[in-house]
Write a protein that binds this ligand. Sequence first.
Ligand SMILES: [Zn+2]
Ligand SMILES: [Zn+2]
Length: 325
Amino acid sequence: MNNWIPYELHTHTNHSDGKHTFYELALSAKKIGLGGFAMTDHNTISTFKYINDVSNSLDISIVRGLEWTTFWGHILLVGIKEYVEWTDITLENFNKKLLDARGKSELLGVAHPFRLGGAIATGCYCEYEIDDWDIIDYIEVWSGMLPSEKYMNKRAFALWTDLLNKGHRISAVSGRDWHKSTEYDKYIAATYLNIDGYNTPDNAIKAIKAGEIVVGFGYVIFAKLNYEDKEYNIGSIISKSNEISAEIKLNINKSGIKDVGKINRENLIIKIYSNLGELISYKTNKDLCSIIIEDIRDITWVRSELYEVSEVERLISFTNPIYFN
Ligand SMILES: [Zn+2]
Ligand SMILES: [Zn+2]
C-alpha cells in the first residue's frame, strides 16, 4: 500500500554548522510532523554512528546523506553508506567527480542552485557547468521557509521547467537547509514521498528515484492520471496510444506539518502546467476534483500546481511530473 509521508531532505547539526544537536534536530522533526529526514551535514558523516539509536528512539526514518560543500556549489549525496571524498573537487574535474559519486550515492541533488553565498557560506551559488543533467536525480527548487517568495527559488523552479522542456526527467524537491529551530519558524514546506510499504530510508529513496514526489506548505496537492482506463501515479511514464484525452484526478489536503503559516482555503487556485505551458487554471473549494486534458498529443510532461491568490499569487504546492512517451 502506498502512503504519502512528509520528509525534510536537507538538514544540519552541530557536527557541521547547525545549531541543533543531532537528537534535537530529530526531535524537532518529529514534533512538527515529519515522518523522516535526510541527514546532510556539510562534508561530514559523523552523526551516522548515532542514526540507528535516534531513529529507533523517536520512531522516525533517517536517510544517510552528506552535502558536498565546495567553493563553486553544493551537491546533496543522499543514500550513502560511507564518506565520499570532496576535497579534491575542482571546477575542471567536477563532472568526473559527480560520475564517481553516482556509484557511491543512491541519489544526487543540486542544492539551492541560485543562492548567493555570504562571506562565510561561500559556494552556495552553483557555478558548475553540469555536462549531463541525467545523472542528477533532483534539484532543490525550494530552499528555506516561505520558499516560493524567494527570487532564487523562482529561478531554480524556472531552471527545472526548462530542463523538463528539454526532455530531462528530473525531479524537484524542497529543502529547508535546516540549521536551527525557533518559535518564529513559519511556512515550512515538506517534500512528500509516496512510500510503498514501511516508512524506511530505503523506501524513501525508492520513492525519490521513481519521481513520486509532491512539495508543499499549508495545503498540498496530490494527483493521479487516468489514461485508457488505467490509473498512473506521479512519476509515471505513459506510452501514448490513439486515445488523445486524459483525466487528472486531484486531491487537496491540509499539510500535516505544523507551522505552515496562514493560508486561506477559499483563495486556492489549481493550475495544470505542461511543456505547452499552462493548460488549465481552476478555482475550487472542493478537495477532490477531476480535470480533463482534451489533447495530449503534443504533451511530454504534465504537473499540477496549487496557488494561494490574494494580493499576490503565491505557489504553495506542486506535484512532480507525469511523463508521456
Ligand atoms: Zn548548502
Ligand atoms: Zn545545507
